[in-house]
Design a protein around this ligand. Structure first.
Ligand code: ZN
Ligand code: ZN
Length: 442
């Protein structure tokens, strides 16, 4: 039996370097004797440059590229994607920023960031303070401003009104001990005037928020208890909500998403996938791996494409902990025993990363990611275990992120010969619904 559906597993930031504490192996290599070995024996591996060699991608861009989206034309920014992930509904044209409640202290007239997360202030207090900001700044200089609380210190700031462009910088310096950044139009802004208008607006809102939050009763109480005051807002990643082609429109596959992280649920929602929650899934190292994998396997019964995301690998990388990363992959690999022989036969299973995050760097790098495709519909290579090193001589060679979906469609026999034209839509696969010629008299 040929595979008919696709299980797409992303271990976030999977690619890495070798470490002495892992016996000179990479975290993936050291965990490769688990269930990953069985998947490897049923397929081929290779290296994938998500964007281009040496270009470190962010997670949202990377996923969209792998799902076949054209970033230049179709990407609308991380702010709205994270907002979508939390179920925040945005209207077409609204500009969304991801934001943090933060602690600043004033030095020589500059607000300097003391804590980017205001002592990880709780969700309850964030709800109260963002509610207060909505009352105070909801109508601001003729524009509408809305603060939507997310978990802990996080919120989304939505701005709308005439003549605004989202092409501005963050005000978040992304580091403690640095002053709040002046929001400015980006150099390549297409609508310079609109971007200047938004930048001025963001700067005024930030100053007003600092002034008003500093006097809020709740901050007085926090100060008394020696807690960090939530006396400032930091905003970043502005984007404007635009309609995006759904995954189904693009590939004619019905798709589901099993992810816990905000951004990943947002990617699923932005691309029109059905989103599923799993008890104990938290986007961290101690997530419910078995629960998520079982859910994904169950969804394969009714979906053509299931996207399953794990964040633990990237979390370990950012905290520069190769042992924790190895242990996470090891646990994931052991849980692959949940995949029975029939699933192995009728499913193309992908395991890859959305970028390389070397633990010794603690940040994303531009190195290619290892990719494993287990499929009865593709050639098998003669490489050993799934690893960055073996992948370099694998049967998938070195591919680009934007080529992946076509390869996967081919593995489930959904492609047509180049130039074949069964439908008005210009695609290289056979659409499920075609228009048929009917006899005049039946
Ligand atoms: Zn990522
Ligand atoms: Zn990361």
């Amino acid at each position: 039996m040929k595979p008919e559906r696709i299980l797409f597993i992303v271990l976030d930031g999977l690619g890495d370097h070798a470490y002495r504490e892992l016996d000179g192996l990479t975290p993936l290599e050291k965990a490769s004797s688990t269930g990953l070995k069985r998947l490897k024996e049923n397929g081929s591996q290779g290296l994938m440059d998500i964007i281009a060699p040496g270009v470190p991608p962010s997670s949202d861009v990377s996923h969209l590229v792998m799902f076949g989206y054209d970033i230049e034309r179709e990407y609308f920014g991380r702010g709205p994607i994270e907002a979508l992930g939390e179920g925040v509904e945005l209207e077409e044209g609204e500009i969304a920023f991801r934001g943090n409640l933060a602690t600043v202290r004033i030095e020589n007239g500059y607000p300097v960031v003391v804590d980017r997360r205001a002592g990880r202030i709780g969700s309850e207090q964030t709800r109260e303070l963002t509610g207060f900001l909505n009352e105070e700044l909801g109508e601001f200089q003729g524009f509408r401003v809305r603060f939507q609380p997310l978990s802990e210190h996080r919120f989304v700031m939505v701005v709308s009104g005439e003549g605004l462009s989202h092409e501005v910088t963050d005000n978040d310096p992304h580091a403690e001990g640095k002053p709040v950044i002046l929001c400015q139009p980006v150099e390549e802004a297409r609508d310079r005037e609109g971007a200047e208008r938004l930048a001025n607006l963001v700067n005024s809102i930030t100053l007003e928020a600092i002034r008003r939050l500093s006097r809020h009763e709740l901050n007085r109480i926090r100060a008394e208890k020696s807690l960090q005051e939530a006396n400032a807002i930091l905003v970043r990643s502005p984007g404007v909500k635009r309609r995006m082609a759904s995954f189904r429109e693009k590939w004619d596959l019905n798709a589901a998403c099993v992810a816990a992280g905000l951004l990943y649920k947002g990617i699923g929602r932005a691309t029109g996938m059905d989103i599923y929650r799993v008890e104990g899934a938290n986007g961290l190292l101690n997530t419910n791996i078995a629960g998520k994998l079982s859910k994904a396997l169950e969804l394969l019964e009714k979906y053509d494409f299931v996207y399953l995301h794990f964040k633990g690998t990237d979390v370990a990388s950012h905290s520069r902990n190769p042992v924790a990363k190895y242990e996470f992959i090891q646990r994931f690999g052991e849980n692959l025993r949940l995949i029975d022989e029939s699933v192995l036969t009728d499913t193309t299973i992908v395991v890859t990363g959305d970028h390389t995050t070397p633990c010794d760097r603690g940040m994303h790098s531009g190195e290619p990611v290892p990719i494993l495709v287990s499929s009865g519909g593709l050639r098998k290579d003669d490489t050993g275990v799934f690893s960055e090193r073996e992948a370099a001589r694998g049967g998938l060679g070195r591919m680009r992120g934007c080529e992946l979906m076509q390869v996967l469609l081919d593995s489930i026999g959904r492609t047509v010969e180049y130039g074949t034209r069964p439908s008005p839509k210009r695609v290289n696969y056979m659409p499920k619904q075609l228009a048929y010629l009917r006899l005049k008299e039946v």
